[in-house]
Write a protein that binds this ligand. Structure first.
Ligand SMILES: [Zn+2]
Length: 477
């Protein structure tokens, strides 16, 4: 039994400035793929499950990057060509892929569909193809046409990426053993939903995810999923989806399960509220000032690098600089290569003047001065801690990064986050580690490339009407 594996992951924010080139991706090809760091998320679970079943693995290619602006055509074509270079002329019994599912490429709003079509062309119509997808995947007709089985994350924050890979591999193995004949049931519905309203532990998501586990128990159903799409993409395929993998012999049940799941989600559409207390930025800082416990972790939700934003908006930082009732706040992270280079050139304890980041949407940098306190480099980014003269400490990075998802990162810069009254993070919903540490959590609903007020975004290609952009949207399966 010989199975091809591969990975392609990018969550594309089409509202973000610039483009994402191949240099932003961690990549690996051929035999380097299975053990490569950072090129796959569910790939480890896929490879391990296949290896446990004594499958021979044919590694193709992997490419993964931090969410960001529209992917350059050349980068996507490289990935597609690398997949094909390793599939053409080979005979495989199955294919199992690790895909995000919400990538947008210049001139190609459905790159996962295009990649799957290319894989299908290489392996032929009879070879089963399964995939692990992110919960925030945007499912398209072409993806459904070329996939036989799908498993999706059921947690947000995503803590089940490996298990999801194992589920996708198990679907493939069941098909290869002849135990199952895979079929998909797909029901898209016209809804945009941000992750900040749909964490898996919050209602109504928790109950809806419970329904998936119940659906899995239905005769003829193997793996039921919701895919929530990605709201910061102006995509003609935008929407939410129920996608169910079941047995071809029970195709009516599989279709009906998808329909029921979609209807159940739609019925509860008005209940998806922010999963964390949310305020406009000034009110969020007032709330933080009034809190007794520390630290209050304030998420700067308009500038989330984990959802593709530039991580360089200084709007919230500018407001922090104006206040004296928040102790000495720390801001992590502002991505600004020039400012980082200035800090890098300075010894610890040296004064620096910076033109930092940009105001949103004006684009003007914030002129600040301060003292460089520490440097810390990771595989992801080089960072410096600067103590600004106005009483705020800010971490400056040489590039966009999500390294601050782990509070231990701040400790390496000499900051004890538990000792601060306020920690402001370029984040949406917090990572589990920050949730453990925060005495209180707040969303500051800043303007930016991940603006949480979806109705204010300039959508042109999203099919309308769409909830919640339009009033009185009706839908039935
Ligand atoms: Zn996701």
């Amino acid at each position: 039994m010989r199975v091809a594996v591969g990975a392609m992951s990018h969550e594309t924010n089409t509202f973000a400035d610039g483009t994402t080139g191949i240099e932003s991706f961690a990549t690996a090809t051929g035999t380097d793929l299975p053990d490569a760091d950072g090129v796959g998320r569910s790939l480890g679970g896929i490879v391990e499950t296949l290896a446990d079943a004594d499958a021979e693995i044919l590694p193709t290619a992997g490419a993964s990057a931090l969410p960001g602006p529209t992917v350059e055509r050349e980068a996507f074509e490289w990935v597609r060509a690398e997949f094909r270079a390793r599939l053409d002329g080979e005979t495989v019994d199955g294919v199992c892929l690790d895909l995000h599912g919400s990538m947008s490429v210049e001139g190609e709003p459905d790159p996962e569909g295009a990649l799957l079509a290319s894989v299908r062309e290489a392996v032929g119509p009879e070879v089963p193809v399964t995939a692990a997808l992110d919960m925030h995947a945007t499912v398209t007709e072409r993806m459904v046409a070329h996939l036989d089985g799908v498993a999706g994350y059921r947690t947000a924050p995503h803590t089940d990426v490996e298990e999801t890979g194992a589920r996708a591999a198990d679907l493939l193995l069941a098909s290869l053993s002849g135990e199952a004949s895979l079929a998909l049931g797909w029901e898209p519905f016209p809804m945009l939903l941000a992750g900040e309203r749909s964490e898996s532990e919050a209602e109504p998501m928790r109950t809806l995810l419970e329904r998936l586990r119940e659906a899995d128990e239905t005769d003829g159903v193997y793996d039921a999923n919701y895919f929530l799409g990605f709201p910061w993409a102006d995509s003609p395929h935008a929407g939410c989806h129920a996608l169910v993998t079941g047995d071809a012999s029970a195709s009516a049940t599989v279709e009906e399960t998808a329909t029921d799941l979609a209807a159940a989600f739609w019925r509860r559409r008005d209940e998806f509220d922010f999963t964390t207390e949310a305020h406009d930025p000034a009110a969020a800082l007032d709330e933080a000032a009034a809190a007794d416990a520390r630290p209050v972790v304030v998420a700067d939700t308009g500038d989330i690098p984990g959802a593709g934003a530039g991580e360089n908006a200084t709007n919230l930082l500018a407001m922090l600089l104006e206040r004296s009732d928040l102790g000495r706040p720390v801001v992590a992270v502002v991505a600004d290569a020039d400012s980082h280079a200035t800090c890098r050139a300075a010894e610890r304890g040296t004064a620096v003047s910076l033109s930092l980041g940009r105001a949103y949407p004006e684009g003007t940098p914030l002129d600040v001065s301060g003292t460089v306190l520490a440097h810390h480099d990771t595989d992801d980014a080089r960072t410096a801690l600067v103590s600004l003269d106005e009483g705020v400490d800010v971490v400056v990075a040489d590039r966009r990064t999500n390294v601050h998802r782990d509070p231990a990162f701040l400790r390496r810069l000499g900051v004890d986050p538990s000792a601060r009254r306020v920690v402001a993070l370029k984040s949406g919903y917090l990572s589990p580690a920050w949730k453990d540490l925060a005495a209180k959590r707040l969303f500051a609903l800043t303007r930016g490339e991940t603006d949480q007020r979806l109705a204010s975004l300039p959508y042109e290609r999203v099919p309308r009407p769409c909830y919640p952009l339009d009033e009185d949207v009706t839908w039935s399966p």
